[in-house]
Design a protein around this ligand. Structure first.
Ligand SMILES: C[S@@+](CC[C@H](N)C(=O)[O-])C[C@H]1O[C@@H](n2cnc3c(N)ncnc32)[C@H](O)[C@@H]1O
Length: 270
C-alpha cells in the first residue's frame, strides 16, 4: 500500500537504513571524493548537495567551502536525521527533507552537486529542469550517478534469483525502475533542460567485496532495497544472499561492476 506520497514514491520506497548506509558506503564516498576533485570552488559558494544521504560526501564538500554554505537535500527521513546529527552545530549547513523533483530554494544557488543519487530518480527530464530552476544563470551542475551498464552482474544475478519458484510470485508485474542513463542521452536532456557547456561521460569502477556476507549486507542496504520491499521480512536476507552467491560464482575476485555517469554543465543565461 502506498502511504505518504512524495514524487510518486511510498514512504517505504523512500526510506533507507541510514545506519547500514553509513557503515557500508565506502565505495560511494571514495567516488564522491574523486569527483569532487573535478569541481572548482572559490570557497564561498552556496551549494545544494542533491541526495546527501548521511552526509559522508557532504562533509568532504564542506572542507572546500570555508566561507560557503551547503543546502543538503534528501527525501529520506532517516538519512536527513543522520545528516542533521552529523552537522549539528555547523552553521554552514542546512539539511532539508525534500524530493528533488520538487526542489525549491529560497535564492538561486551557485552549484548543484550530487553523487550516487540520480539513477534512483527515473524522470531525468523533470529532475534536470528542477535543478536548472534552482541554479542562478552561470551556476554549475556537477553530478555523478550510476550510468549505462551499471552493475550488470548484479542485475543478471538478480533476474535469475527473481525467477526462482520461491521468489517469483512476489515480483509478478514489477520492474526495478532505476535509470542507468547513457552519456549522449544525458547530454541532450541537460541541454533541453537549460544547461550549456555540457560534458557527460561514463567510467568504470569495478568494486571488490571481502566476502559473500559483506556483499549480501551491501546489496540489502543499497542496490536491492526496492526488490526486498516486495518480499516478506523472512525472505529478504535469503534473497540478497542468493544474489551475492551467484555473483561470487564468477571467476576472479568478488566484484560489482559499477559504471558511473558523470555530468558537468552550466546553467544557461549568464
Ligand atoms: C546512494 S545514496 C547517496 C548519498 C550520498 N550522496 C553519497 O554519495 O554517499 C542516494 C540518496 O539519494 C536519495 N534520494 C533518492 N531519490 C531521491 C529524491 N527523489 N529526492 C531526494 N533524495 C533522493 C536517497 O534518499 C539517498 O539518501
Amino acid at each position: 500500500m502506498r502511504d505518504v506520497k512524495d514524487g510518486g514514491a511510498s514512504r517505504a520506497e523512500r526510506e533507507w537504513n541510514a545506519e547500514a548506509y553509513e557503515e557500508l558506503a565506502d565505495p560511494m564516498t571514495r567516488w564522491g571524493a574523486a569527483f569532487l576533485g573535478r569541481l572548482e570552488l572559490a570557497g564561498d559558494e552556496v551549494v545544494v548537495d542533491a541526495g546527501c544521504g548521511t552526509g559522508r560526501v557532504t562533509e568532504l564538500l564542506l572542507r572546500r567551502l570555508p566561507r560557503g554554505r551547503v543546502i543538503a537535500v534528501d527525501a529520506s527521513q532517516t538519512m536527513v536525521e543522520a545528516a542533521r546529527r552529523r552537522f549539528a552545530g555547523d552553521s554552514r549547513v542546512r539539511v532539508v527533507r525534500q524530493d528533488l523533483l520538487r526542489l525549491e530554494v529560497e535564492e538561486p544557488v551557485d552549484v548543484v552537486f550530487s553523487t550516487a543519487t540520480f539513477h534512483w530518480i527515473p524522470d531525468h527530464d523533470a529532475l534536470f529542469r528542477r535543478l536548472a530552476a534552482a541554479l542562478r544563470p552561470g551556476g554549475r551542475l556537477a553530478a555523478q550517478c550510476g550510468g549505462d551498464g551499471n552493475v550488470s552482474r548484479v542485475r543478471e544475478a538478480t533476474r535469475r534469483v527473481m525467477g526462482e519458484e520461491r521468489f517469483a510470485p512476489f515480483f509478478e508485474g514489477w520492474e526495478d525502475n532505476k535509470l542507468y542513463a547513457d552519456a549522449g542521452g544525458t547530454r541532450r536532456r541537460l541541454e533541453e533542460a537549460g544547461f550549456e557547456r555540457v560534458e557527460t561521460w561514463l567510467h568504470e569502477e569495478p568494486t571488490t567485496f571481502r566476502s559473500v556476507e559483506h556483499l549480501t549486507r551491501y546489496l540489502e542496504a543499497i542496490i536491492l532495497r526496492g526488490h526486498l520491499l516486495r518480499l516478506p521480512e523472512a525472505e529478504r536476507r535469503p534473497f540478497a544472499r542468493a544474489v551475492a552467491e551467484k555473483i561470487a560464482a564468477h571467476d576472479g575476485p568478488l566484484l560489482v561492476d559499477y559504471v558511473r555517469l558523470n555530468m558537468l554543465a552550466v546553467r544557461a543565461g549568464e
